[in-house]
Design a protein around this ligand. Structure first.
Ligand SMILES: Cc1cc2nc3c(=O)[nH]c(=O)nc-3n(C[C@H](O)[C@H](O)[C@H](O)COP(=O)(O)OP(=O)(O)OC[C@H]3O[C@@H](n4cnc5c(N)ncnc54)[C@H](O)[C@@H]3O)c2cc1C
Length: 567
């Protein structure tokens, strides 16, 4: 049996980040990782001899600049490249819409479709910028959980003050962005479908929803708070793939003396009971909403063994080894942590019931393909489409909000969108370390593919995965004839594969949907938005905690700060 000050379950980028900050403060830290390498969903692998690519997450923007600096990621070799063109949308009829690299380029392109839209675009970006600025003030802060605590009350009041300091019109815009659908907002601003599709795509990334689903405005905003080398809102490429980020983090962890063990799945979190704790049947913050009173009285009567907050003492690995620590930080999502790694009696009944209903669904299908040649888009558009720089863009196959809406409706009915939303990136255009000379790799990120298929079908049936992969290839083929013939090899991950490979409940790429019901102080549950859990000494440090999914490093950073403040 080994003993550490802190144990981190999982070596995803947030687990590594959390471990680094804890070790920096002098703690003896160990990470136990289920897979044979570190990185979790930010990993690069060879998927066909000579062809390497990011396996899951595939493009970078949200990684926090403070995390990049504090963890010395550049010194450890991380290089992030800007895209030569931000986005490229092939359109029906052979046209295309090209965005960036400069704002002036996007404006000129928008003007081809609507002079009115082009005139409004700077104001739209200014509006989004105001919302992003407010959101950024929240990202690295611990959400309030208990307004009777001075720190939490102050946090809430100071956020309120920042919001109230904005002009009323800006408050209304931000309120709309947080609550309305992206589609409604974009329809209000613009008339040209390609521009709306370009701007609305972010609202359905990893979000099993239509751009017309209320709350999708927030998902759009969530994808806008990042930067690449100081260029706000831009997306870029980590040289060597997303694994380069976590490899650099692992080097820093090693430098700080963190003990990382791979191929070491954790079976359960060990706890010991205490004699004092919260009232039976309730959780801190009271998910039942009843502190004392009739509900609690009923629960006390019903519960044979009243629940009391236990204390985490260590972890047991699948191989039976036991390691002790007073602090356990879980990089795994809320569902696997609370429903599989703890005994039901370790949690208040209401909290456990809430986690059972925690929404996990992104309906994402992820492919990598090895290509003998880069795709050629059938466009008759102007210079932008003929310029090879567009191959370095995020290529979005979803020409309108209606197309995305239909993709969602289709998936609800049939399990799979008959015309899916596909973003394709060709990282080998920017990075020659990924494919043999002259050949390429493509990342294909596809929506919507429901985790649950109707009519008795299941992703357990390999034929479903292959059919879905064919559909995705056909979708790209329609705008880039010859694409199918250029595919040398392919690797595909269904929602079930994402769950099995990465431990993502329901295949949810963010460890839990980014809905308003599951954000900020309510991530993963009201009363526990501050990285603590009902088990004393057990903390959440992954994307299932504030500020949620994406390669940000922020849940890991914030959790470490909360843990250190407690010691
Ligand atoms: C297909 C896909 C595409 C995405 N695209 C992007 C993108 O382009 N850009 C972006 O910013 N974000 C993207 N995301 C989201 C982003 O990757 C995640 O939100 C984020 O990386 C999660 O990081 P994490 O460290 O919190 O968790 P994870 O990366 O999920 O790490 C959790 C770790 O825990 C380990 N683990 C699980 N069970 C156990 C156990 N029992 N014992 C020990 N270890 C265990 C896992 O193996 C894993 O290493 C994508 C995600 C997916 C899945």
């Amino acid at each position: 049996m080994g003993r550490f000050d802190a144990i981190v379950i999982g070596a995803g980028h947030n687990g590594l980040t959390c471990a680094c900050y804890l070790a920096k403060s002098g703690l003896k830290v160990a990470i136990f990782e289920r897979w044979h390498t570190v990185g979790g969903t930010a990993v690069t692998e060879e998927f066909h001899p000579g062809f390497r690519n990011s396996t899951a997450s595939y493009t970078v923007s949200l990684l926090d600049p403070k995390v990049i600096t504090d963890l010395r990621l550049a010194e450890h070799g991380l290089r992030i490249l800007e895209r030569p063109v931000q986005n490229f949308l092939p359109l029906p009829g052979g046209d295309a819409f090209s965005a960036g690299p400069r704002a002036a380029d996007t404006l000129a392109e928008a003007r081809r479709f609507s002079a009115r839209d082009a005139a409004r675009l700077p104001d739209y970006h200014a509006m989004l910028g105001r919302a992003v600025a407010l959101l950024r003030t929240l990202l690295a802060r611990t959400p309030p959980t208990d307004l009777r605590r001075a720190r939490d009350l102050w946090e809430t009041l100071s956020f309120g003050r920042r919001f109230r300091a904005l002009p009323l019109a800006a408050q209304r815009e931000i309120h709309e962005l947080f609550t309305r659908s992206a589609g409604e907002i974009l329809d209000h601003w613009f008339e040209a479908e390609p521009l709306k599709a370009l701007l609305g795509f972010d609202s359905v990334v990893g979000n099993y929803a239509s751009p017309y689903t209320p709350g999708s405005g927030y998902v759009l905003l969530h994808h806008a708070f990042g930067q690449v080398n100081g260029q706000g809102g831009a997306w870029g490429h980590a040289v060597g793939g997303m694994g380069a980020i976590t490899e650099a983090m692992a080097r820093e962890a090693a430098r700080l003396g963190v003990q990382v063990e791979c191929d070491a799945p954790v079976r359960r979190v060990l706890t010991r009971p205490v004699t004092s704790g919260a009232a039976p049947g309730t959780s801190r913050g009271g998910l039942t909403g009843a502190r004392g009173g009739a509900t609690d009285a009923l629960r006390v009567a019903r519960d044979a063994a009243p629940w009391r907050a236990p204390v985490a003492t260590g972890v047991e690995l699948e191989d039976g080894r036991v390691f002790e620590a007073a602090t356990i930080a879980a990089n795994v999502g809320p569902k696997p942590l609370f429903l599989s790694m703890l005994e039901p009696g370790d949690l208040p009944a209401d909290f456990r019931a809430h986690i059972e209903r925690f929404r996990t669904a992104s309906a994402t299908f992820r492919m990598n393909v090895a290509l003998a040649a880069p795709p050629r888009f059938a466009t008759r558009a102007g210079a932008a489409a003929r310029d090879p720089a567009h191959l370095g863009a995020g290529i979005i196959v979803a020409p309108s909000l209606r197309y995305m809406d239909r993709a969602f409706a289709d998936a609800r009915l049939h399990g799979i969108s008959r015309e899916p939303i596909v973003e394709m990136l060709l990282p080998s255009v920017l990075d020659d370390s990924l494919a043999p000379r002259g050949a390429h790799v493509a990342s294909l990120f596809c929506q919507h593919f429901d985790y649950h298929l109707p009519g008795g079908r299941s992703w357990r049936d390999d034929a479903e995965r292959e059919r879905a992969a064919d559909l995705v290839i056909d979708t790209v083929e329609r705008c880039a004839p010859g694409f199918r013939a250029s595919v040398v090899a392919r690797s595909a991950l269904s929602p079930l594969d994402l769950e099995r490979r990465f431990g993502l409940a329901g295949g949810d790429i963010f460890h839990g949907a980014l809905g308003l019901d599951q954000l900020w102080a309510a991530r993963p549950a009201l009363g526990y938005g501050d990285y603590r859990t009902p088990v004393d000494g057990l903390w959440l440090c992954g994307s299932g905690a504030h500020p949620g999914g994406g390669v940000t490093g922020l849940p890991g950073h914030n959790a470490a700060r909360a843990i250190l403040a407690r010691r």
